[in-house]
Design a protein around this ligand. Structure first.
Ligand code: AMP
Ligand code: MG
Length: 397
């Protein structure tokens, strides 16, 4: 069967087409994973350049752009999949219904409903966060299957709107065990970037700046030895600063709280006050910006990694999935790998670590296609009434 998928939860307009076949005729696998996916076409149109002047996503503008882009991207996608001449090219439509910006979600849903009427095919609505979880299995432009997965699974979902630790004890059964109490980690990256005068989206910009400063400190450490006061090898963040001359230290909110929740708003405010104080005595120069970016990234990632490690211990996790836009962050990847490498040495505690391919860390419709198809099979091919498909901005897993 051919699946057309639509994603419009924020500022990316995504449309893709996949072909799905049963992969194992012997019935040896769980029926829901008994599928082989092939990507026929995948397009994402980013609105970044339109939102840059606003320093973030402007919902009314995003909606307008989705409405403008959807028919254009559909035509392109059908052409690439060589289906443009078919009268009934698609067997199932999957569309994101939340969480996200309601006005933009509605553009995707309404578009899906129109196509559903035209082609007389069912619609499956999809939770965007479930999509991010399944993004780790996708191979863009290639055939792929969902492999056998060892339970329990822990999923760290980190994006512009969400920061969640999700426990999955069985197939497609989700329990949020921890989440941010205020800002999402991606949002904090974006806001801090704005304070430092970096363009939207700020995550990759902060990361680039921090990475350069980290490399520089490593070189200095190699030259002067690990006892250098700003040394990276000092484990306690209170002792470590980002350099010997500027003792920049930011808080790690909720690092030692007993639960698995996060908080990033205090960290963001600490950066705001730090910049204000620095500005009182000198101009915020490029070097100081890099030091702030590094310390902010270290603090934010330490909070994510610490709680993830704690949850791995408590729930005896066998598979760790890290997904969402912030999963593209190099420092996060390295620090997460350290936990799983440490566990690999302990008998019986090996953890399979899964990240999405870099190009699928952000919002895309392929992940919506996979999650939609698997829900379609799980629901025994029962789909919601077309008119009951609704945008739910704060939809939870
Ligand atoms: P999503 O909401 O899943 O589309 O993810 C978008 C968010 O991911 C934005 O807040 C970006 O700033 C953030 N992001 C993307 N790449 C990186 C990165 N390398 N480091 C940190 N944050 C990032
Ligand atoms: Mg997302």
């Amino acid at each position: 069967m051919k699946i057309l998928s639509i994603e419009t939860s924020c500022d990316d307009t995504g449309i893709s087409i996949m072909e799905v076949h049963p992969a194992h005729s012997d019935g040896a696998r769980e029926s829901a994973t008994n599928a082989s996916f092939k990507v026929l076409a995948n397009n994402v149109s980013s609105q970044i350049s339109i939102h840059i002047p606003h320093g973030g996503v402007f919902p009314a503008l995003a909606k307008r752009e989705h409405i403008k882009n959807l028919p254009i991207i559909l035509e392109k996608t059908l052409k690439e999949a060589e289906l443009e001449k078919e009268k009934n090219p698609i067997d199932l439509i999957t569309v994101t219904c939340g969480p996200g910006l309601e006005p933009t979600l509605w553009t995707g849903i309404t578009f899906a409903q129109e196509l559903s009427k035209q082609w007389k095919v069912p619609i499956m609505s999809v939770n965007h966060m479930e999509g991010h979880i399944f993004s780790v299995f996708i191979k863009d432009k290639k055939k792929f299957e969902i492999p056998e997965i060892k339970y329990p699974i822990l999923s760290l979902l980190v994006s512009g709107g969400h920061t969640e630790l999700v426990l999955i004890k069985k197939w497609m059964d989700y329990k949020i065990i921890g989440e941010t109490l205020d800002d999402a980690v991606g949002e904090a990256f974006d806001k801090v970037a704005r304070m430092l005068g970096l363009p939207y989206p700020g995550g990759p910009q902060i990361s680039k700046l921090a990475e350069k400063e980290r490399e520089h400190l490593k070189e200095v450490e190699n030259f002067l030895g690990p006892r250098f006061p700003g040394s990276l090898s000092q484990p306690d963040h209170k002792k470590s600063s980002t350099s010997s001359h500027a003792k920049i230290s930011l808080p790690r909110p909720m690092l030692h709280s007993k639960n698995f929740d996060f908080s990033f708003s205090g960290l963001k405010t600490a950066v705001l006050y730090l910049i204000r104080d620095i500005n009182l005595i000198k101009k915020l120069d490029q070097k100081t910006k890099a030091q702030i970016a590094l310390e902010f990234e270290n603090a934010a990632i330490e909070c994510l990694v610490h709680k993830t490690a704690k949850a791995i211990e408590k729930y005896k996790i066998k598979t760790l999935i890290v997904a969402g836009g912030v999963s593209a962050n190099k420092h996060l990847k390295n620090e997460i790998k350290k936990i799983t490498t440490a566990k690999a040495g302990q008998a019986g505690s090996k953890i399979k670590l899964l990240f999405p391919p870099k190009e699928l860390t952000g919002d895309n419709s392929l992940m919506i296609g996979v999650a939609g198809y698997l829900n379609y099979i799980k629901n025994k091919k029962k789909v919601p009434e077309m008119d009951s498909v609704k945008a739910v901005g704060n939809l939870r897993l």
